[in-house]
Design a binder for this molecule. Structure first.
Ligand code: HEM
Length: 183
């Protein structure tokens, strides 16, 4: 590995911090928007606009998440402040991998809902994500249930992850949270 490319440091790159907090805002907004829009009736002015917004932002977040993973691989990340090989460090690493996996899979199942009828996803009128026909019976319904449950599990894990960050800050009194805030 070329050490000039991947440098573990004691702080996060400002861009990694920006993507982290942008993801937080977007994920929570998409979750709220998703729950709200499925309750709308045909007569609401948001009946079509809500799902269009949800899909467009979801596609952009998917691209951002892929970019984020590549970015962190290239730029590296700070060494954890927990003891090497400790259970806490292993749980944190595992949680982060699951968070990335859930982020991507929630959006992949969203794609399978939206493209089940063969229509592409229009992203803010800027570009389209074409549909892939899998020919799965009841694809929209099955993908819909999985999408919802993965999103719920993601939110539960996010709460656990946020509580862990607060534990670092208030109980361990280390810099884990502060350095993710660039303080
Ligand atoms: C949608 C919500 C969130 C998602 C998807 C998310 C995701 C992630 C991921 C994947 C990492 C690991 C980055 C890496 O090592 O590659 C991370 C790190 C971190 N997150 Fe979050 N996060 C969320 C919300 C929060 C919240 C609300 C807090 C604080 C209260 C927080 C605090 C932190 C901190 C402090 C780190 C750095 C941990 C370390 O230095 O090892 N996150 N987050």
């Amino acid at each position: 590995m070329n050490s000039s490319v991947r440098k573990p440091r004691d702080h996060w790159h400002w861009f990694s911090i920006l993507i982290h907090w942008l993801t937080v805002v977007v994920v929570l907004s998409l979750f709220g928007l998703g729950l709200w829009m499925v309750e709308l009736t045909y007569y609401s002015e948001w009946y079509r606009a809500g799902p269009d917004l949800h899909k467009s932002i979801g596609v952009l977040l998917f691209i951002l998440t892929l970019f984020r993973i590549i970015w962190i691989k290239l730029k590296g990340k700070p060494v954890p402040l927990t003891r090497d090989g400790s259970k806490e460090q292993m749980i944190a690493r595992f949680t982060h991998i699951i968070l990335y996996s859930l982020l991507l899979s929630v959006m992949l199942f969203g794609y399978l809902i939206s493209t089940a009828d063969g229509r592409a996803i229009e992203v803010f009128g800027l570009f389209q994500v074409p549909a892939i026909i899998f020919g799965i019976d009841k694809q929209e319904d099955i993908a819909g249930v999985i999408h919802l449950w993965l999103a719920i599990i993601l939110i539960i894990l996010v709460i656990f992850h946020a509580m862990a960050a607060l534990k670092h800050h208030f109980i361990d009194k280390d810099l884990t949270l502060k350095r993710m805030l660039n303080l």
